[in-house]
Design a protein around this ligand. Structure first.
Ligand code: SF4
Length: 706
C-alpha cells in the first residue's frame, strides 16, 4: 500500500489522503460473500482487493470482481434513462430525463393494467449483481400492490433448494474453514476453481494433511486433476450413482443404524428405492468403471470425517431434484455428522430467514405465476396470463433463461411494453422500450448474506453514482408514487431496510436447534461480529457442526430421507430415475457450466473473446474436426455458431460450451441456452440445461468465423 494511502471506514475521516481504502462486500451470486477493500482516488475506483475481514475471503478475490471497475466505467454502462427509437433488438435509444422516463413508464403500466388486467404485467428479476437492498423491498411492494403476475425464480437452485429443505429444512451446512478437518472430501457437481473459489485453499490444506479427494463431474476440472478419484459420470446420472452408494452402504454394514434410528425418518422407503441400483448397474448407466464406483462406496463408508460439497451441476437435468436428495442422504445413511468437517455443504441461503415482508406488507392478493424457465414459450404462445408488459431488473433473461430463440421472439413482440432497469446495456436491454440506469453495489448501500460463508455484510457506497444512475430501492419507491399506489406510512429509506435486515440476522436463534447448539468448541468459528458492520451467523457462529450445534430445521428436527411431498411432486416418485431417450440425430450431451469469467451472465459484457465449444478428441475425429474449426452446434431448438476446441478434459459424448456468454461471444449471437430445452426438473420446476442434446459439424460456408 503506498505511503499516502489511508484505510478508513468512512471517506470523511481523512479527506486529504491521496487514496483511501474503503470497505465493501461482494453481493454477486456467489457463495463466498467476500469482504472487499476498494481503493479510491479522487472519487474513482483504483483497485478492488479481497480483505481479511472475512476469514473465508482471506485477502484474495476472483478476477471477475477484481475487474469490476471495468463494468462501472465501461462503454456498456447505462448512464441516462432512454426511450427506444429503433426496432426492438437494435439498441437505438434517445436519452430522456428521469422525470420523463418514469412518467412514461407509469402511464404505460397504468394503461396496460386497465386494458389487460394487472396480471398482464410481469416483473422479471433474478439477483443479478445485487444484494438485499436491491430486491425484495420497494420493488416487491410495487408489484404486489399493482397485482402484477409473479415470476417463479427457478432458473437455478430450484431443484436443489426443494431437495435440501425437504430433507433437512433450512439447516446450515459445513463451513469452508472446516474442510481442513475432513479426511475425505467429495466435490460433487461443483467446480470451485471457477466459482466459489475460496473453497479451494481449504481443500488443498486438507489434502496436505492427508485427506482423500473425490470429484464427481463429467469434466476433468482442475480439482479433478488433483483428485485421488475422479468419477467422470455421464451428465444426468448422478441419481443412480448416489443410490448405488446408498445401497452398498446398507448391504455392507456401513450404514449407521444408530444415527438413523435417532435422527432420521424415511429410511426404509429410501432403502427400497436404492435397492435396484447395484454398483454394476449404476456404473453402466453412469458410464463409469464399476471398480472405481465400488472404491468410492468403500471409502465413503470407511473414512471420517467426510464432507460432500454438493453443488448445482447435478440439478440441471430431469432427475436433478432426486439426485440432490440422494446425494444429501449419503451423510445421514453413513452417519457422517456430529464431527467437525463431517456432513455436507450446499446453500446456507435459507438459514438466515431474512426478508422485508414486515416492512412492505405481504398481504396482497394471490396472483398468477409464470415459471421463468418457460417464459419464452409463455410469451410466444401467448399463454395465460397474457403478458403485455415486462419490467426487467437484476436480470438478463435473453442470455440466462433456457430456450433462447423463443425468449428472443417473446422479447421482440411489439405488443409487449418492456422496461429494462440495469447497470449495463445487456442483450435483453436491446429489446427494451425504456432503459433505466441502475447503480452498482459500489455506488449504493447494499446488504448481502453469504450462502456459503455464514456472514451478513452491509456495504456502504464507495463512489458516487455514475451519470444519472439511481438505486433500485429509490426508483421503485418513486414509481410507486407516480402510479398512485403509495401509502403515507410506506418505508422507503435505506437505513430502515438495512436496520431491519440486521435486526433479523442478529435475532437468528434456536430456529429448530432443539436447544442443542452449544458452539462450546468454537474452533475457528467466532460467533461474534466482523468489523465494519458485518454479522457472523449468530446462532452458532460461522462454523457450526451439523447435528452437534444444531439439528435439521424440519418440524421434528430429524432428517427426512423420504418426504411424502417430494415423492408426490416428482413425476415418477422420489429417487425414481427417469431414463433419457437416445437421439440418433443429436448424440452429444451439451453441458454449460460456469467459468472464471462471468457470474451467470453478469460481467459478460467484459468478456470480448470468441466462444469455443469443447469436445473430446474421439468426438472430433468422428466428425473430421480440428481445433479452431468454425462449427455449428445445433438441435431442434436452435443453433450456435462458434469455434471448436479439442480437449481431453471433456468426456467422450459430452460437449462443453460455457455458461454466461453474451451475443457478442458467438458468430450468430446465440449461446448454449439456444440449445437448452424448457423442460423442468423432477422437483422445484428447475431448469434442465444439461438435458440439451446436440450435433456438431464444420461450417464450411464460413471458415473465418470464430
Ligand atoms: S464473485 Fe465470489 S469470489 Fe468473486 S469477489 Fe464475489 S464473493 Fe468473492
Amino acid at each position: 500500500m503506498p505511503a499516502n494511502t489511508t484505510t478508513v471506514a468512512d471517506p470523511s475521516v481523512d479527506p486529504t489522503a491521496d487514496e483511501i481504502v474503503l470497505p465493501s462486500a461482494c453481493p454477486l451470486d456467489c457463495p463466498d460473500h467476500c469482504s472487499l477493500d476498494v481503493t479510491v482516488r479522487d472519487g474513482a475506483i483504483q483497485r478492488i482487493d479481497g480483505s481479511h475481514r472475512s476469514s473465508v475471503t482471506d485477502g484474495f478475490i476472483c478476477t471477475k470482481v477484481r475487474n469490476f471497475g471495468d463494468r462501472v466505467y465501461g462503454p456498456e454502462r447505462l448512464l441516462h434513462p432512454a426511450i427506444r427509437t429503433g426496432e426492438k433488438g437494435e439498441a437505438q435509444f434517445r436519452s430522456v430525463s428521469w422525470d420523463d422516463a418514469l412518467d412514461h413508464v407509469a402511464t404505460r403500466l397504468r394503461a396496460i393494467a386497465e386494458q389487460h388486467g394487472p396480471e398482464s404485467i410481469l416483473p422479471v428479476s433474478y439477483g443479478g449483481s445485487n444484494g438485499m437492498l436491491t430486491q425484495g423491498n420497494t420493488d416487491a411492494r410495487l408489484f404486489r400492490r399493482l397485482g402484477a403476475a409473479e415470476l417463479l425464480h427457478t432458473v437455478c437452485a430450484a431443484a436443489t433448494g426443494r431437495a435440501t429443505e425437504g430433507l433437512y429444512g433450512k439447516m446450515p451446512g459445513v463451513a469452508y474453514e472446516d474442510y481442513v478437518e475432513a479426511k475425505l472430501i467429495v466435490v460433487w457437481g461443483a467446480n470451485p476453481s471457477a466459482a466459489g473459489i475460496h473453497l479451494v485453499p481449504f481443500i488443498r490444506e486438507a489434502q496436505s494433511r492427508g485427506a482423500k479427494l473425490v470429484v464427481v463431474d463429467p469434466r476433468r476440472t482442475p480439482l479433478a486433476k488433483r483428485a485421488d478419484l475422479h468419477l467422470a459420470l455421464r451428465p444426468g446420472t448422478d441419481l443412480p450413482l448416489a443410490l448405488a452408494v446408498i445401497r452398498w452402504l446398507f448391504e455392507n454394514g456401513a450404514a449407521d443404524d444408530t444415527f438413523l434410528g435417532e435422527h432420521a425418518t424415511g429410511v426404509e422407503p429410501l432403502r427400497k428405492r436404492a435397492d435396484a441400483w447395484t454398483i454394476e448397474r449404476a456404473a453402466e448407466v453412469c458410464q463409469l468403471d464399476p471398480d472405481a464406483l465400488a472404491q468410492f462406496a468403500r471409502d465413503y463408508g470407511a473414512i471420517s470425517p467426510a464432507v460432500i460439497r454438493c453443488g448445482w451441476g447435478q440439478e440441471r437435468n430431469r432427475n436433478g431434484g432426486s439426485a440432490t436428495a440422494a446425494i444429501l442422504a449419503l451423510p445421514a445413511v453413513a452417519g457422517k455428522f456430529g464431527v467437525r468437517g463431517g456432513g455436507y455443504t450446499q446453500s446456507n441461503s435459507g438459514a438466515w430467514n431474512l426478508g422485508a415482508d414486515a416492512l412492505i406488507g405481504a398481504d396482497e392478493p394471490t396472483v398468477p405465476s409464470v415459471n421463468m424457465n418457460r417464459l419464452g414459450r409463455h410469451l410466444v404462445e401467448r399463454a395465460a396470463p397474457d403478458i403485455r408488459a415486462l419490467f426487467v431488473y437484476n436480470a438478463n433473461p435473453l442470455m440466462t433463461f433456457p430456450d433462447q430463440e423463443r425468449m428472443r421472439a417473446g422479447l421482440a413482440r411489439e405488443d409487449i411494453f418492456t422496461v429494462v432497469f440495469d447497470q449495463v446495456m445487456t442483450d435483453t436491454a436491446r429489446y427494451a422500450d425504456v432503459v433505466l440506469p441502475a447503480t452498482t453495489f459500489l455506488e449504493h448501500h447494499e446488504v448481502q448474506k453469504g450462502y456459503g460463508a455464514l456472514s451478513l455484510q452491509h456495504a456502504p457506497p464507495v463512489i458516487a453514482p455514475q451519470g444519472e444512475a439511481r438505486p433500485n430501492l429509490e426508483v421503485f419507491a418513486e414509481l410507486t408514487r407516480r402510479m398512485g399506489l403509495a401509502k403515507t406510512d410506506d418505508v422507503e429509506d435505506i437505513a430502515t431496510f438495512n436496520a431491519h435486515l440486521h435486526e433479523q440476522a442478529e435475532a437468528v436463534s434456536g430456529g429448530g436447534n432443539n436447544g442443542q447448539h452449544s458452539n462450546s468448541e468454537t474452533g475457528n468459528g467466532t460467533g461474534g461480529s466482523l468489523a465494519n458492520g458485518a454479522v457472523v451467523y449468530p446462532e452458532t457462529g460461522a462454523t457450526p457442526v451439523m447435528f452437534r450445534d444444531h439439528l435439521p430445521r424440519t418440524a421434528d428436527h430429524k432428517v427426512h430421507l423420504f418426504p411424502a411431498d417430494l415423492d408426490a411432486e416428482a413425476p415418477a416418485g422420489l429417487y425414481a430415475y427417469q431414463e433419457e431417450s437416445p437421439s440418433e440425430a443429436f448424440p452429444l450431451v451439451l453441458i454449460s457450466p460456469a467459468t472464471r469469467r462471468t457470474i451467470s451472465s453478469t460481467l459478460g459484457e467484459l468478456y470480448r473473446g470468441a466462444a469455443a465449444v469443447e469436445i473430446h478428441p474421439d468426438d472430433a475425429a468422428a466428425r473430421g474436426l480440428e481445433s479452431g474449426d468454425p462449427v455449428r452446434v445445433w438441435n431442434d431448438l436452435g443453433e450456435v455458431h462458434c469455434a471448436v476446441r479439442i480437449s481431453r478434459d471433456e468426456k467422450p459424448g459430452v460437449a462443453f460450451l460455457a455458461k454466461g456468454l453474451w451475443a457478442h461471444n458467438t458468430a450468430n449471437g446465440n449461446t448454449a441456452n439456444a440449445l437448452a430445452p424448457d423442460t423442468l426438473t423432477d422437483l422445484g420446476g428447475g431448469a434442465c440445461f444439461n438435458d440439451a442434446r446436440v450435433e456438431i459439424a464444420r461450417r464450411d460456408d464460413d471458415r473465418t468465423a470464430t
